[in-house]
Every structure is written in C-alpha cells, then in structure tokens.
Design a protein around this ligand. Structure first.
Ligand code: ZN
Length: 148
C-alpha cells in the first residue's frame, strides 16, 4: 500500500468535501484564527457538554492543507473530551513541527495524513492553524489567534 498516495487522497477529499463545515449557532465558544503567511482564515465553533465536545464545526477559507486539517480535526474531536483534545493538540503540534520526542503517534489515525507537511516548512502553519485555534478556544482566548 502506498501510504503517501493514501494520505494525499485524504487531504484532497477533506478539502473538496470538508466535514463539519458550517456555522454553529448555539456554540459555547467561537474562535477566529488567521495564518497571514498563506492567507488562511477560519472560525471555529465549539459546543461543550461538561468536559465533552458535543459539537465542533468551522467556517472559513484557505488552502487545501488548512481546510483539510480543520476538517480532519473536527471529525476526530466530535464527541471526545476536552482533555483528549488538548493531548491531540500537543501531539499534532509536535508532529508537524518535527519536535517528535519519540512519543507514540499510532493513534492519530487519519490525522497522520498531515505528517508529510513537515517536509514543507512554509506549509506547516497551514496545517497547525486549526489546532492553534482549537487550543485558544479551549483556553478561552479573548481575541483572534494568528500563527505569526
Ligand atoms: Zn495555507
């Protein structure tokens, strides 16, 4: 099996048909994120039920990697806990910035499709934008986040 081709397919598919791409009118948290290097913009919506992410969605515009990353992230986190989201944020951040301290990424599943991005330093922020925006939303940031 050609993993590279498989991963490419996942990114193309999630860019063409982004999952959870909609406004969430009853969101508990709204967080705006911006990557000025590429012009990627997104608005992330979170609906929490205690420590559980009951719903998560996004809107915005950007390159294929930024849209696919947000789509894969929302697909993965719906129904998961806030703690799990924080762990995945750290895991994805380490993976994408090459700060892989040997911890196990096997449970990333489809999110592993984004790992190849680390070979293209100018695109890393496209992939991390959604995750930084998520982190800011969970920490209750007051203003928009930017990757710069
Ligand atoms: Zn981009």
């Amino acid at each position: 099996m050609d993993l590279r081709a498989l991963y490419q397919d996942i990114i193309v598919d999630h860019n063409r048909r982004p999952r959870n791409f909609r406004r969430l009118d009853d969101a508990d948290r709204r967080q705006e994120g911006f990557n000025p290097l590429c012009g990627d913009k997104l608005m992330l919506y979170l609906k929490l039920d205690g420590d559980t992410i009951r719903d998560i969605s996004f809107e915005g515009s950007g390159c294929a990697i930024s849209v696919a990353s947000a789509s894969l992230m929302t697909e993965r986190l719906k129904g998961r806990t806030v703690d799990e989201a924080r762990r995945l944020f750290k895991c994805m951040h380490d993976l994408l910035t090459g700060r892989d301290n040997g911890h196990n990424h096997e449970d990333l599943g489809k999110l592993g499709a984004l790992a190849g991005v680390k070979e293209y330093p100018s695109r890393v922020k496209c992939a991390t934008l959604a995750w930084h925006t998520l982190h800011a939303a969970l920490e209750g940031a007051s203003g928009p986040v930017t990757t710069e």
